[in-house]
Design a protein around this ligand. Sequence first.
Ligand SMILES: Cc1cc2nc3c(=O)[nH]c(=O)nc-3n(C[C@H](O)[C@H](O)[C@H](O)COP(=O)(O)OP(=O)(O)OC[C@H]3O[C@@H](n4cnc5c(N)ncnc54)[C@H](O)[C@@H]3O)c2cc1C
Length: 377
Amino acid sequence: MSTDIEPREHTELRAAVAALGRRHGPGFDRAALWAEAGKLGYLGVNLPEEYGGGGGGMAELSIVLEEAGAAGAPLLMMVVSPAICGTVISRFGTDGQKAAWLPGLADGTRTMAFGITEPDAGSNSHRITTTATRTEDGWVLNGRKVFVSGVDIADATLIVGRTSDARTGSLKACLFIVPRDTPGFGRRHIEMELDADEKQFELTLDDVHLPADALVGDEDAGLLQLFAGLNPERIMTAAFAIGMGRYALDRAVGYAKERQVWKAPIGSHQAVAHPLAQAHIELELARLMMQKAAKLYDAGDDLGAGEAANMAKYAAAEACVKAVDTAVHTLGGNGLTKEFGLARLVTASRVARIAPVSREMILNYVSIHSLGLPKSY
Ligand SMILES: Cc1cc2nc3c(=O)[nH]c(=O)nc-3n(C[C@H](O)[C@H](O)[C@H](O)COP(=O)(O)OP(=O)(O)OC[C@H]3O[C@@H](n4cnc5c(N)ncnc54)[C@H](O)[C@@H]3O)c2cc1C
């Protein structure tokens, strides 16, 4: 992929992470790569320098995830730990929360999961019912979450709840750090058709008692704080998808150059070559939108970043699904063998189309907010 619209430091970061990713490669040991990437400063490249981070932003963090994925060694927890949780704590946490969490999130020795999705409030996060009630010395949380990734390997989960507002009876979104072994914080592994180390969990919060400093940020400024974390999540999901798409495409292109069943390699047939070329173009376009979203976010334009991050996530997911589908087909029967390892990406590539916000919800967002069309729901 050409990278010449990037500053030199970005190209160098890209090359360094690509080399690390290649050393670990497909079939990689997730924990070992996570530890090494953390030690080298890649996991915390977006976090403040005073807390051990690299002092960069989403532009740099998305490069790390994209290149690891392009080498066949994606690190899904980067989408939540440094990107959502690290960002929210850096922007809205107290000095104590920053000191407690950021150095570990930056060097990878600590990990934080993120739980917003609920069984009865999937795409409609305004309907979440996990409720935080104030006590004399802190909070009590009650509720349920689903599909939360990596809770077993995370030291804590940043849980999105609502405070019950005694005065008006309305509910407000707010964020709580819940350490993994807190009494009342239960988890059940949800079996997924995904070939990944990071598992998904259903969570139960049953009278989970938390100290006052478990609340991150202001209990009344919930949505603003939430979106400060959700835009990085979308940018990182785009990076995850572009990395996976590039990996699949590289494998297919390599195969198409070698495989010969008539007089020339199959890649010389345009029916094989054109879909690969199309996939390449669509991945490149998606990356441009991801770079725009990261640039706007890093410049502090949360509103502009919101639209671009949604569009980037949409474009990257669609490009990834198409690249994987094309790659599998290019390999013929080998596309479905375990040895070539591409068929497992068919399910994995669909994740970016569903999570963290589905394709349809992005189309709704663009219809309503970008085009001014009326809302149907
Ligand atoms: C592998 C994986 C990892 C995940 N990790 C996490 C995590 O770490 N933390 C977390 O909190 N969540 C996580 N999720 C959950 C994910 O964010 C949700 O699955 C996603 O937000 C969609 O919610 P849902 O599954 O309830 O689908 P639903 O909201 O039930 O949607 C089902 C379908 O209906 C469509 N739909 C819904 N409403 C509308 C509408 N108004 N207009 C048009 N179409 C509509 C959707 O587009 C979708 O196709 C993960 C999911 C997966 C698959």
